[in-house]
Design a protein around this ligand. Structure first.
Ligand SMILES: [Zn+2]
Length: 92
């Protein structure tokens, strides 16, 4: 994930973003960050995720003998995670 104020790459699972509390700071420029879902990204990822689920993931899982139930939840989680974007949370 790219920071909104600088080009520093911040991992989704990095300590900076997973610290408790709403005050997250960029580890590169120390500016305040806010993480929220981007509806535009969600609208883009959703059809891709659904297609991937029904035509790639589900058939593969069925072949391996698993029922495929619960797979939709995993795909949905990844879509939601992939839709998060970083926004500036500076007051000015
Ligand atoms: Zn930064």
């Amino acid at each position: 994930m790219k920071g909104p104020q600088c080009d520093g790459g911040i991992g989704v699972f990095s300590a900076a973003l997973n610290s408790f509390g709403t005050n997250k700071t960029c580890p590169y420029c120390n500016k305040k960050l806010r993480m929220r879902i981007s509806w535009r990204a969600l609208l883009l990822l959703l059809p891709v995720g659904v297609l991937l689920h029904f035509f790639v993931l589900k058939p593969v899982v069925m072949i391996t003998g698993f029922s495929g139930s619960g797979l939709a939840a995993i795909v949905g989680t990844f879509i939601a995670l992939g839709s998060f974007r970083l926004y500036s949370n500076e007051s000015e």
